[in-house]
Structures are given as C-alpha cells and as structure tokens.
Design a protein around this ligand. Structure first.
Ligand code: SF4
Ligand code: SF4
Length: 621
C-alpha cells in the first residue's frame, strides 16, 4: 500500500475540491439551460420499462453496437472499463487517508481482481487506439469528423490505462508517480468532459431513460385558447428558442456527434440539405449562447431542410443517446403553420383536405361509386365487427382499385364481419405531420365522433399512416371508448395462421419478389414479419433490399411527400427505386398505399400484399 506525506494529502485534497467545484459550476450551468425549457409531460411513467431500456441500451450498449458492430464493440469495451474503474478510482482517492476499501473488501482476492482490471485496461487501451486510428488515420471510412478534442480525450484515457497497468503489472515507473499521474488525469476530466461532447457520459443515460416509448410521440397542442390563464401558456410550436421543451434541451446537450442519424436520413442520403445531426448540434450551440429569443427556423434548422423531412424516424430510431429529433421537427412544423404562416411545403395538400376532407380534391361520389362497384358492405351499428377503413388513397385513386378489391374479397373469403362507413374523412395524419394541428384535431374529432356514434371498436385498414394515427393519437379524442386498430397484413397473417384463409404454397413457384418496409408499419409499428410470412407461405422467394426492416429507407411519401415538390440532387423515391432495382426482382410487394404510389413502375409489377395473397387464395379453388 502506498504511503502519503501530509503535504501530498493536502495537495490531493486541494485538487479534489477544485475538481469537484469546477464540476458543480459547469453542471449547474447545463442544468440551468435545461431548466429554462418549456413543459414536457409524461417522462417518468412505466419506470420498470425505462429501467430495462437502460440495461439494454446503456449497460449492454445495444444501439451503439447495432449498425456499427466493430466500432460499437470498441466503444462498449471502453464503457465497461469505465464502469469497472469506478471501484478502483474511489479506492485510489481514499488511499492517501488510509481509507482504501478494496483490500478489506476483497482480502486475498485483491490480487486476482487487479489482474482482471489490468486485463480490462489492456483491452480498453487497444480499443481506444483502434477508435483513434479510425478517426484520424482511416479518415475515408470514418463517418466521424477529425476532432482534436476527441483526440485529446482519447490520449488521456490511454494514459489512464497505461499508468494503471504499469502500477499493477509492468512497474517501469515508480508506483507513486503512476498514482499521481492517474489521479491528476481523472481530476482534470470534469472540466474537459462537461465542456465537450463527452458530457454524454453523464447525460446519455438520463436522455435514454426519459425518452418516449414510441417514435414521433408529440404531445397534443392546447388549441382551446379560452381555457388558458395567460397568453404565455399559448405555445404554437417552436417559434423561438424559449419554447424548446426541457427534454429536447437535454437531448441537444447529450449529442455525441456520431452522425448515425444523418447517415440513415433518406434526405441526407439523397444529397438534400436536411442533416439531423446538424440541427441537433446547432441547437446545442444556440442553447449555450443563452439567446432565448432567436428563431428556431433559420437558426437551428433551415426552412429548406425542414421541408425535406419525410417523418420516417430513421434518425430517432437509431440515435444511441436517446435524442428525439421528432420533437424539434414537429415543433418547427407547427410553428411554421400555426404561428408564422409561411414556409410550409404541403399547402395544396392542406387546402384540399380543408375543402374536400381528402387530399385529392375528390368528390365523395368517387368513393361511394367504388364501394357500389366492388360491393363492399356498409358498416352496420351493433352488427358489424370490423370497420374497414379505406383511407384517402384507396378511396380516391383509381390505380388502387385492385388493392381495395383484393382486401374486400379476402375479408369475405375469411368470413370476417366487416363494413365501411358511408362517408370517411382523411384521418388527419399528414396534417399533423405538417404542423396543421388545428386541421388534425378537427378531423380526429369528427372521425372519433362517428366511431363512437356507430359503436366501432375494431378497425382494419391497409394504410399504416392511419394505423399509427388512430392507434396512438385518436384515443385522446375517444373519451375512453375502446378501439383496436389493425393493419390488414397483421389481420391476414392471423387469418392464414388460423386456417380461415387457405393458401396454395405453390402459387409463387419460387419466383423472386422484393418487399419494401413502409416506415409507418416497420420502424413505427415493428411489423416486419407478417408481410414476409405471407410472401413465404404463398411460395415466393423474397430478395431483401439493401436497406430493410428496422433500417428500411423511406419511399419519400411521408409527411405528405407524395404531393410536395422534392428538391436536391436526387429525390428520396429515386434512391429507393435504385435499391429495388438492385434486387433483380420483377415484382415489388408493398403494404402501404403511399409507398405503392411512390414506387410503382420501378420494376415490372407492384402489388399490395393483399393482391399477392388473393392470388394464392384463388389458386386453391
Ligand atoms: S443526434 Fe444522436 S445519432 Fe445524431 S449525431 Fe447526435 S448522438 Fe449521434
Ligand atoms: S424523420 Fe427521416 S427524413 Fe426526417 S430528419 Fe429524421 S431521418 Fe431525416
């Protein structure tokens, strides 16, 4: 055990108190930035599930490893070493006062423990060298920018490991020298970490714990202006920095600048201006300047970039530190539409929904004509089980007649009790994504009133956008009325599984088809297997696109993308079409009307999953 003179004890005590003071001051400044944020409710519900998420994403580093396995494993090694070293660090800090606890605690096992920690320190050193080489030498394959700040921190971590290894194994330098070097580096860390992106060590676990349970979970805006006590309570989106809620502030401060979000953003990949990592980092810089009155649009995110977002949530879904990009995107869109009244990119869409209750400016008899022609039953209150929600594309776009017809025939063949409403409004999904909260709330209120009046408790629809909105955003308008919303692929998968639909496994005859995961069915609802199962049982051979399932690439239709003009080097749908062409399949299977609308014509034929299923059912008769 090392012996310390009185002078050494005082010097160490002085350094320790200084480091703690610096840490407290810097942490206080960051806390003040977060505390200035607007309200953000429901961040503490379901503590058990949040704790499990911490275990999965923080302790086991699941998001860090997935997608970048080698770098992720190197980072995980450093993280686990950091946790292990906490025991040694506290022990070293107590040693000068004769209070080191490890010896008393571990007894004869201390030596074995130190051998283990030395081994971990070697792995940590190798990992840090690997990460540093990737950033500074393998610049061509590294998505991270050359950051000298990161280089300096890496050097300090390597020195920490080397001093520990030498103190306990190699003994090139006197143990006391190693001890002082080690301790001084640790005490320098608070100032370095809290002033840099390395503050994620403290903030990321908090951001992960507080993250919402689903993507784009944006609170309903209070538009009942008479109910508020003061004008300050009226927040029409993120007009200025002062409106940014506290969790989004915490998120911005926690960003580790890994750029995973940008690397997976379809607009960024297509060469457009939108870069999620950039607006989070810029937001952080603006927050730290303390300017509360700066405009969000123009300062944090440009109007052009905001207009390119498809709401696909590839960014939020992949962020390893729990950042919710949707809060900034949705808030900025709302400010654009409700407070500023300029800069929106789907004005024609919103006007059409306003005037016709559908985005195609179609007369209601287009839909009623289709219902008559295909002999789709009407929903009968108290008798019908499922409401078949057609959605705008299936109701008014004649190209989708075959998908509606297939769904109608399949539901009849399976003996499902179903029917459609005589009249249907748009669900309001895209209105909300475009920040037109007033229009969304009006549509949701009208639709929910009709559901309650007709006593609808089960809905099946082919539109994942409607599934998402009705499943999660309608309950607030249903006043406790129970509602189950199912995508047709989920229901068909169940009907095939139960034998209610009889498939012919030879229909496909091994023909190669490819499948495009819709963002709102895959990433949002985690429905990956059901459409694939239906393709498989019908005897087709599925060739996956380069980006599939969780990492699927948007078709470009989200956030009313099918009606707005896309700019930039390439359109998002063009990139996706190239992925589909690369599979070499002649048939593309979709499970979303908007995806089919965006991607039709890429290969020989494009079919909704219902059309593919109907062919195999008819093949059995
Ligand atoms: S927002 Fe998340 S994914 Fe994007 S750079 Fe920051 S930490 Fe990485
Ligand atoms: S939601 Fe999709 S399009 Fe929008 S910023 Fe995120 S990744 Fe990009």
């Amino acid at each position: 055990m090392l012996q310390f003179s009185i002078l050494e004890k005082y010097v160490f005590l002085f350094l320790l108190v200084s480091a703690l003071s610096i840490f407290t001051v810097l942490a206080g400044k960051l806390l003040a930035v977060v505390k200035q944020g607007a309200k953000d409710p429901d961040r503490l519900s379901a503590p058990g599930a949040r704790f499990l998420r911490i275990v999965r994403e923080v302790l086991l580093q699941s998001r860090v490893v997935s997608g970048r396995p080698i770098v992720g494993l190197l980072h995980t090694t450093v993280f686990l070493a950091f946790l292990l070293f906490l025991f040694e660090t506290v022990n070293m800090f107590l040693e000068p006062f004769g209070l080191g606890y490890l010896h008393g605690f571990l007894g004869d096992s201390l030596q074995t423990f130190r051998v283990f920690v030395v081994t971990v320190a070697v792995f940590c050193t190798v990992s840090m060298v690997g990460l540093t080489l990737r950033r500074f030498v393998l610049v061509k394959i590294s998505p991270d920018p050359k950051s000298y700040e990161s280089g300096f921190v890496a050097l300090l971590i390597i020195l920490l490991m080397l001093t520990y290894i030498d103190m306990n194994a190699t003994n090139f330098v006197a143990a006391k020298v190693n001890w002082w070097l080690h301790v001084v580096i640790i005490l320098a860390f608070p100032a370095i970490i809290l002033n840099s992106k390395h503050r994620h060590i403290f903030l990321a676990p908090i951001a992960v714990y507080l993250r919402k349970f689903r993507l784009w979970d944006v609170p309903r805006m209070n538009l009942d202006f008479e109910s508020v006590k003061s004008e300050d309570e009226i927040i029409l989106g993120l007009e200025t920095i002062s409106a940014i809620p506290w969790k989004l502030r915490l998120d911005m401060l926690a960003c580790v600048e890994c750029k995973r979000c940008t690397d997976n953003c379809p607009a960024s990949i297509a060469g457009q201006k939108l870069r999620p990592a950039d607006f989070i980092k810029t937001g952080q810089k603006v927050l730290l300047t303390g300017d509360r009155e700066a405009a969000v649009i123009g300062t944090v995110i440009t109007e052009e970039a905001l207009g390119q977002c498809t709401s696909c949530m590839a960014c939020e879904n992949i962020c390893p530190v729990g950042i919710e990009h949707s809060q900034l995107l949705a808030g900025s869109k709302a400010a654009q539409t409700l407070a500023l009244g300029t800069g929106g990119v789907a004005t024609e869409f919103l006007k059409a929904v306003n005037n016709y209750s559908n985005p195609f400016s179609a007369a209601p008899d287009v839909r009623s004509g289709l219902i008559d022609e295909l002999e789709i039953p009407l929903f009968k209150k108290g008798e019908t089980e499922f409401l078949f929600w057609m959605g705008c594309v299936w109701s008014y776009n004649s190209d989708f007649r075959s998908a509606v017809a297939a769904t109608n025939k399949l539901l009849k063949a399976a003996g499902v009790s179903f029917g459609v409403l005589a009249a249907e409004n748009c669900s309001g999904h895209h209105s909300r994504r475009q920040g037109e909260e007033m229009q969304f709330q009006m549509l949701a209120e009208e639709n929910c009133a009709q559901f309650m009046e007709q006593n609808v408790s089960r809905i099946v629809t082919g539109c994942p956008h409607c599934v998402n909105t009705m499943r999660y955003e309608y309950p607030e308008f249903l006043g406790g009325h129970p509602m189950e919303v199912t995508h047709h692929s989920e229901l068909f998968s169940r009907l095939v599984g139960s034998g209610a639909l009889n498939v012919n496994p030879g229909t496909g005859n091994g023909k190669r088809v490819t499948y495009h995961d819709p963002c709102y069915l895959g990433r949002y609802e985690r429905v990956f297997n059901e459409p694939r199962t239906l393709i498989g049982v019908a005897g087709y051979s599925l060739v996956e696109t380069v980006r599939n399932k969780d990492r699927s690439y948007c078709c470009g239709g989200g956030a009313a993308g099918f009606t707005r003009e896309a700019v930039g080097e390439q359109r998002v749908d063009q990139v996706r079409k190239s992925h589909i062409e690369e599979t070499g399949a002649d048939t593309l299977i979709t499970a979303c009307p908007e995806c089919k609308m965006m991607l039709a014509g890429t290969v020989e034929e494009t079919k909704d999953i219902a059309e593919l299923l109907l062919e195999t059912i008819e093949d059995t008769s």
